[in-house]
Design a protein around this ligand. Sequence first.
Ligand SMILES: *Cc1c(COP(=O)(O)O)cnc(C)c1O
Length: 505
Amino acid sequence: MAENTTNTVMFHSTRSSSKTYTSKQAIRRGIADDGGLFVTDCLGETRYDISNLSGKTYKQIAKDVLQILLPDFTSSELDDCVEKAYGSQWEDTEITPLKALGNNNDFVLELFHGPTCAFKDVALQILPQFISHTKDVSDSNQNVMILTATSGDTGKAALAGFADVEGTSMVTFYPEGKVSKIQELQMTTQSGDNVKVCAVRGNFDDAQSGVKQIFTNNSINETVENNNHALLSSANSINIGRLIPQVVYYFYAYSKLVEQGVIELGDEVEFCVPTGNFGNILAGYYAKMLGLPVKHLIVASNSNNVLFDFLVSGTYNKIRPFNQTIAPSMDILVSSNLERMLYYMCDKDTRLLQMLMNDLQQWGAFEIPDNVLSKIRKLFGCGWANEKQIRDSIKECWDNHNYVIDPHTACGYFVMNHIPHDSNVPRVLLSTASPYKFPRVVCQSLGLNVQDLDDFGCMELLEKKTSTKSPSMLSELKNKTARFNDVINVEDMPDYVLKCANEIC
Ligand SMILES: *Cc1c(COP(=O)(O)O)cnc(C)c1O
């Protein structure tokens, strides 16, 4: 239960605190006018009393945590959101089951049992529900039009969450040829009269900055507002409505460790998190601020190791080659949510944040003060895996534990096994996608011959080899045909959005 819950939690930009918003307003807007991310200075004032965790279901913990972080939602609104988001569309009634990985005090938290088989479902099943409860704070009962850029998983998870949700519509952009075949089919076969899917010639960062530019372009925003009676907003993990639901599973994992007698209430644990945009791991930081006993949070990257270099040196430098890897949802050079962690670690200094983000925009790099770096390093560990190490980790995890992991989770597995740690402290690896979302790479890593197989053939092979079952949402794609096939250049994204607004708002 929340202690001291008040209704005065206000949000403002990481880059300025002059304008403030309630959580409902912040969720509707997605990103601040100045390009900063919404944060609240109240984070950590109300803590979650962990002695209340025991015996609670995922949904009950969700209601408690959300009430602390989103206090301007009424408790019945949150009940409604939670019930709709974590219902029978989840393949596992536990929502995020915790499994032991061998018997060395290591665990896996499976976050991929939602409708699109990746961890983004946890947040994107509930975000549309939040949005549908925010109309009361809009001036004119306006609809919300969601724009997302996706490196593969966000797009589909958002589409699945928003399809045919009253008062919303959405357009998603993905980098052409840079998502897996299955991921592409998941998106292009999406049903719903209020959704559009479009490929962009470029990489994820191009698509993401294209979307960010649309959000900060007044003339597009006004046109959509006036002509289509809709507010442009974001479902990317920069939206606090995306971030906050992810705090819940850190508490859930902890409650399971206590329940299973692995730890006693109050003992510290570590989490190892495959990271791209820094959303998932930031939620772990929020959980710690809310009172969860977290010793370390470990950032695991692929060869786009910009976060690793940053955490080691204090310099964030995005001017580097972009690698297309076998863990494509982490192929990111501008890790947006890092800005929120920096905000809190810099003692909420909006001026400093503004300077750093300016440097990033202008020079492609920024450097943080030494004292901030050492504070960050006390909590955040880091590591990264190259392509071979990812493949070897998939094999090793299968050989040692009879447990199949996807290439993103494999980055975490590799880092977890190569970073020094205190073996008395349990570690939880967050598993972010089903291995069946990347069946070709997983089969290859296990030494299987996939030469003449399409991705669906690979799924069947993986089923046979590992005696596991592919999620039906993925195997059923085989018989579906694509509804969407637009491909555009980055510079044409604004016009495309205006066109879509006329069709689906
Ligand atoms: C999005 C994603 C990640 C990275 O999560 P962030 O919140 O961006 O750090 C990792 N793995 C998978 C499978 C993903 O879809």
